[in-house]
Design a protein around this ligand. Structure first.
Ligand code: CP3
Length: 354
């Protein structure tokens, strides 16, 4: 494998010194880029794009052609696991993800197979290998998965949800069924992420998009506990280098102290937590990733630069910060503004690393 030319991202995750703060954007390959929309229409639809390693590689690299990003992220989706479990994932235009089959009963859970990632998700591994080879060591490649809780919300609800009616009924009224499902998903995610690491992923992120919909005790029992189990089962070193793990619970800012105990190297923050406060709370136990409100990218360049500057100042000097948006980039953002953001992070962060 080619020598890594830019390892700022991996170094920051390990809280090692860097020349400037590394930056990448959640959903950096996506609909705000005209070249992404072009490749997607060539593929036919979103899932066909995910399942075509050559095209998945192409869209992964698109944002890196435009911007000086410090990491690439595998182009795929968190819902590949439930799809491989036989639930039949599809996307309805403007409606988000949907499943043909839902998981509601103990029998439904018992009938779910734990996918063999190397076989059932071979298209994901092929994409990882293709991207690693195309990157030629330019920047590290991030692999990812959804958290068991977040995957379960889609599997039980049958798609996106506002109130989580069915899964919360399961959690409160039939906790043993909920635990059986989450246990299966934790096994599936562990195997899936380890397979991505073997295929060439140099860091992994667990997306817990809906953990923040829970109360503190329910979060600890039904989301965090399973992420902790995954982290303890992951390959942490590959090719002679640490493979850092990032845990991102959206709206999880109030639980940072307990999240640290899951054993990840870094925690992702959305914009509702002040990053300077977060740093004081976690100390030197983990690195932090985040956390500009993606909607700032609708503002003019000066406003974007001011917000980047404010977040850098809030984190303060020293190591352990990976800059990112607090959630995925919106589809209506002007690609120019994303460029302003990336450049501002590199330029304005230099004084914090002297
Ligand atoms: O960050 C990246 O660039 C990597 C690619 C990536 C995608 N989805 C591509 C995608 C990643 C890391 C994800 C994760 C994902 N998928 C999450 C967790 C992160 C988060 O945003 O909270 C979730 C909840 C999903 C499930 C999912 N997939 C949703 C809710 C949607 C959006 C549906 C819609 O119409 O808005 C998707 C589709 C999806 N995944 C798109 C992309 C680029 C857009 C699909 C398209 O091209 O039409």
């Amino acid at each position: 494998m080619a020598e890594l030319k830019n390892d700022r991202f991996l170094r920051a995750l390990m809280r090692e010194p860097v020349d400037c703060t590394p930056v990448w954007m959640m959903r950096q390959a996506g609909r705000y880029l005209p070249e992404y929309r072009e490749t997607r229409s060539q593929a036919g639809d979103f899932m066909s794009l995910c399942k075509n390693p050559k095209l998945a590689c192409e869209v992964t690299l698109q944002p890196l052609e435009r911007y000086d990003l410090d990491a690439a992220i595998l182009f795929s989706d968190i819902l590949t696991i439930p799809d491989a479990m036989g639930l039949g994932l599809y996307f309805e235009a403007g409606e988000g993800p949907r499943f043909k089959k839902v998981v509601r009963t103990a029998d439904d859970v018992a009938a779910l197979p734990v996918p063999d990632a190397a076989v059932d998700l071979d298209y994901v591994m092929a994409a990882v290998r293709e991207i690693r080879s195309a990157l030629m060591g330019r920047v590290p490649l991030i692999g990812f998965s959804g958290s068991p809780w977040t995957l379960a919300t889609y599997m039980v609800e049958g798609g996106s949800s506002k109130d989580f009616r069915h899964i919360k009924e399961m959690m409160y009224a039939r906790p043993e069924v909920m635990h059986a499902l989450l246990g299966k998903l934790a096994d599936a995610v562990t195997v899936y992420l380890n397979e991505q690491i073997r295929a060439g992923a140099q860091a992994v992120q667990i997306f817990d998009t809906w953990g923040g919909a829970l109360s503190g005790p329910m979060y600890a029992e039904f989301s965090l506990a399973y992420m902790k189990r995954i982290v303890s089962g992951l390959i942490r070193e590959n090719d002679g280098r640490r493979v850092p793990v990032i845990l991102f619970t959206k709206n999880g800012g109030q639980w940072l102290e307990t999240m640290v105990e899951a054993g990840a190297d870094a925690l992702g923050l959305d914009w509702t937590t002040e990053i300077g406060d977060a740093r004081r709370r976690v100390g030197d136990r983990v690195a932090l990733q985040g956390n500009m409100d993606p909607s700032v990218l609708y503002a003019p360049a000066d406003r974007i630069r001011a917000e980047v500057s404010r977040i850098l100042e809030s984190f303060g000097p020293g190591n352990g910060h990976v800059f990112n948006l607090g959630h995925g980039i919106h589809q209506f953002v002007d690609p120019e503004q994303a460029g302003v953001f990336v450049e501002a992070v590199h330029e304005l962060s230099v004084p914090y690393h002297k």
